[in-house]
Ligand binder design. Structure first.
Ligand code: CMP
Length: 142
């Protein structure tokens, strides 16, 4: 099976709670290869651009305020079946519905401040990765 890429974002709550190391450990223990990573603070406009697909949702303004409230860590991850396996590792969007032992179940406070983002399709994974990383910043292997 060919490998896939997903774009993860360790969100501002993950950084504030000093959980970046713990969450990356879990991601790597689950077999994901880190292909690119950086820390940055998104502007409100950048957060609105990243989440443009949600611009009509009632939570859009709060979500983009939160995502631009402090540093986050976008990471390009690669693995066979990366999209689905990553979503299983992090759990449901709402931590109250996330399976026991998932990252959101263990660490997230709310549906909005839910520690980590993961792409929902290979196509979105490619598009979201390019939002943060030009192709030359994504390494082929390690
Ligand atoms: P994420 O995987 O980053 O994709 C979109 C985000 O919107 C999602 O995680 C949540 O943080 C947020 N979100 C989704 N649904 C709601 C909701 N009903 N209320 C508040 N935030 C939400």
């Amino acid at each position: 099976m060919a490998t896939e890429r997903t774009l993860a974002i360790l969100k501002p709550d993950c950084v504030r709670k000093e959980l970046v190391g713990e969450v990356l450990r879990r991601i790597q223990d689950a077999g994901f290869q880190v292909r690119a990573m950086k820390m940055l603070t998104m502007s409100k406009t950048e957060a609105e651009g990243f989440y443009a697909v949600h611009e009509d949702k009632p939570f859009f303004d709060d979500l983009t305020d939160f995502m631009s409230s402090g540093p986050c860590v976008p990471v390009v991850l690669e693995k066979e079946n990366a999209i689905d396996d990553f979503r299983s590792l992090i759990g449901a969007t709402d931590p109250d519905e996330a399976a026991d032992g998932t990252i959101r179940s263990d660490f997230a406070d709310s549906i909005e401040q839910n520690i980590v983002h993961g792409s929902d399709s290979p196509e979105n994974g490619r598009q979201e990765a390019s939002y943060f990383f030009p192709e030359h910043e994504i390494v082929a292997n390690t």
